[in-house]
Design a binder for this molecule. Structure first.
Ligand code: ADP
Length: 260
């Protein structure tokens, strides 16, 4: 284990889509192993684009990404991406086990069968998020919280220790939110580093080690106390922003702004 380098270092990262202006521009931050970072910003701020660029799903236009001290372009290591679950076809007849095995696709390659090692890795990922007992269920038969945990297991099956979760709490009820948060807590205790895009500012300020506020450019990054201020929130969301109360009872009030 590399304790001298941060798990993830992002320097001057810009990315976007052909024919459009840059969706993210000049983003720099670093995350230590086991830290949990909330990525906040209004709709269209570039949170998903940042994650896709970090996971290598879209190329970055400028900048560098390194993982445990190694440049991502030369390293064999991966960053695991858990996309928003509303983009997933839940009527597709596939079992939980098969969904998690899809995380092994890159290693297995096309037209090959999974080996014993792949089955062991999938079993470990299923156990780690507590869905081993659900392995033979169809993905469409799961609750929102169970489904989200299966997608986390699929990312873990890539054998990564850095995860990007794109709004894992959106569209789930309070029970599922607790279920997912418990899973994230146990992964964090196991040394997994996580960046989580969320619209829940209260959760972002109370349940995370650090906040990354973006709106195309980086507006703020650091410990929650430093970033969760009216100035940074105003610069991130626009409009009029206020924080009411103190400690755990803080509430953000946003008027005339697109809060996402
Ligand atoms: P967020 O996740 O914060 O809501 P996104 O990363 O989805 O933001 O979007 C950032 C910007 O990139 C927005 O202006 C959005 O319209 C644009 N964008 C996102 N996906 C695409 C795409 N596939 N093609 C062109 N523009 C896109």
């Amino acid at each position: 284990m590399d304790i001298f380098n941060p798990a993830l270092v992002v320097e001057h990262l810009s990315a976007g889509y052909p024919g459009h202006r840059r969706a993210i521009d000049d983003i720099s931050f670093s995350v230590w192993r086991g830290e949990r970072v909330a990525v906040i910003g209004p709709n269209g701020a570039g949170k998903s684009t940042l994650f896709k660029a970090l996971a290598g799903i879209i190329p970055h236009q400028t900048g560098a990404i390194s993982l445990h001290g190694e440049d991502c372009r030369t390293s064999h290591m991966l960053i695991g991406y858990v996309p928003q679950s509303d983009g997933v076809d839940l009527t597709f007849p596939v079992t939980v086990y098969d969904v998690v095995m899809m995380g092994r696709a890159r290693e297995i390659g096309w037209f090959r069968w999974p080996r014993r090692a792949d089955h062991l890795i999938v079993a470990e990922a299923l156990e780690r998020v507590g869905v081993w007992d659900l392995r033979n269920r169809q993905i469409g038969q799961l609750s929102g919280g169970q489904r989200q945990r299966v997608f986390i297991a699929r990312a873990l099956a890539q054998q990564t220790d850095v995860l990007l979760l794109d709004e894992p709490f959106s569209g789930v009820d309070v029970n599922a939110e607790h279920e997912i948060m418990n899973t994230l807590n146990s992964l964090q205790q196991g040394g997994i580093t996580m960046l989580i895009a969320t619209h829940d500012l209260h959760m972002a300020s109370t349940q995370f080690d650090k906040l990354l506020a973006i709106n195309q450019r980086m507006v703020g990054y650091g410990d929650s106390g430093e970033v969760f201020t009216p100035n940074v929130l105003q610069a991130t969301y626009g409009g009029r922003v206020g924080i009411v109360g103190n400690g755990d009872e803080q509430m953000v009030v946003i008027a005339d702004a697109q809060a996402g």
